[in-house]
Design a protein around this ligand. Structure first.
Ligand code: GDP
Ligand code: MN
Length: 380
């Protein structure tokens, strides 16, 4: 689950990482009131779950409450990378002398948290990694050993921070960020920029924070951060139904058993010249119940013109899935054609069951690529 900047900053503050005072606003009048309460210059920031807000005009300085109201009017409703701005964070403006970058993320390959730190902050970290890789210090933390103070020192010295007060403050923030990362079950905690003010004070000016969905049950307070109004309505419906679903922009609905196969199905539809409408993982099992739920979610999207049902039978047998599909089609009216590819355990039996029942609008293909071509053709 991705958090908004202001939510990530709230977590930072809980762990003692310095941030600026701010208020949330959903309309220009609230932005004005927030600026009045904060006093002085403020920064008006779009709260959307995407980066690059600054470049897109979603971050603006305002000299006084009137100005904050105007800037709020400009930013609200803005479309930033497909995310419409409905919330603003009004924050006490900081003076910036330097912009650094600090993050800790979970490196799945190494099975360890990975710190990244550079004094070239403010810009996209991928740019730094590509143009000046030596400027980016990377360091893993052994989770069994836990965080040790030398980790912070090595990051700070490695990046060439020379000012002793900065070194001390950043090392302190690194330790706190690690605790915040671990205790919140985060997958990513990023501060870009981590600024140094002209007075030499270090603080977090932005936050990008991702919490592991599977750990949310341990953090009811963080789970409450979820903004159901901003979520895609189809994805929200899928969550209600317990279906693993990601909305995409095309016309071929996709259903696979297992996340890997569903991903491959998305790819093969693209290879066949089509555009996937979604990613949907049926998981193990192929019960009618599960198939009905998944089909209900997929067909809710009016962009869907055909559905590619890709099943590889392992422990789940294809004949069971075939019966599940037939039962689902009896219970649910599906207006678009469905292309089924069955392979693996009991594939022959499964295909026979479907061929015998021969429901209208159901096509059976033996291979993945064939099935993709048919599904793409039917969606055209
Ligand atoms: P992003 O573009 O989505 O990453 O949003 P950020 O929160 O990182 O803001 C973008 C840029 O706006 C920062 O890199 C800063 O240069 C600038 N900015 C943000 N807050 C302030 C502030 O309080 N004062 C000043 N002077 N600039 C700010
Ligand atoms: Mn940023």
């Amino acid at each position: 689950m991705d958090l908004y900047e202001y939510q990530g900053k709230e977590l930072f503050a809980r762990f003692g990482i310095p941030t600026s005072e701010g208020r949330l606003a959903t309309n220009p009048a609230e932005a004005r009131a927030a600026a009045e309460e904060i006093g002085g210059q403020v920064v008006v920031k779009a709260q959307v779950l995407t980066g690059g807000r600054g470049k897109a005009g979603g971050v603006k300085l305002a000299g006084d409450p009137d100005d904050a109201e105007r800037k709020a009017e400009e930013i609200l409703g803005l479309d930033i990378n497909g995310h419409v701005v409905r919330k603003l964070w009004i924050e006490d403006a900081s003076e910036i002398a330097k912009e650094y970058y600090l993050s800790v993320t979970f490196d799945r390959g190494a099975k360890q948290p990975l710190f990244m730190f550079t004094t070239q902050g403010g810009v996209e970290i991928e740019e730094v990694a590509a143009n000046d890789p030596d400027a980016l210090v990377r360091l893993h933390v052994d989770p069994l050993e836990g965080f040790q103070p030398w980790v912070a020192r090595r990051l700070v010295y490695g990046a060439g921070v020379e000012d002793p007060s900065e070194q001390k403050q950043i090392a302190d923030i690194i330790g706190k960020l690690y605790r915040c990362f671990v205790e919140c079950d985060a997958m990513l905690a990023e501060i870009n920029p981590l600024i140094v003010t002209p007075e030499g004070e270090v603080k977090a000016l932005d936050s990008k924070f991702t919490v592991d969905d599977s750990a949310l049950y341990r953090h009811p307070d963080i789970a409450e951060f979820r903004d159901t109004t901003a979520a895609d309505p189809f994805e929200a419906f899928a969550r209600e139904k317990g279906v693993i679903y990601v909305k995409l922009d095309g016309s071929v609905g996709i259903l696979g058993n297992g996340a890997g196969l569903a991903m491959s199905t998305v790819d093969v539809v693209v290879v066949a010249g089509g555009k996937p409408a979604n990613f949907c993982d049926l998981g193990g099992g192929g019960s009618a119940e599960g198939v009905v739920d998944a089909l209900e979610v997929i067909t809710r999207d009016p962009q869907v013109r055909s559905i590619f049902f890709n099943i590889f039978g392992g422990i789940t047998r294809c004949d069971e899935v075939a019966r599940g599909i037939l039962e689902a089609l009896e219970r649910l009216e599906v207006a678009v054609p469905i292309v089924v590819r069955l392979d693996g355990t009991n594939a022959e039996e499964g295909r026979q069951i479907l061929a015998d029942a021969a429901p209208a609008n159901l096509h059976v293909s033996p291979t993945m690529l064939d099935a993709a071509r048919v599904a793409v053709e039917l969606a055209a």
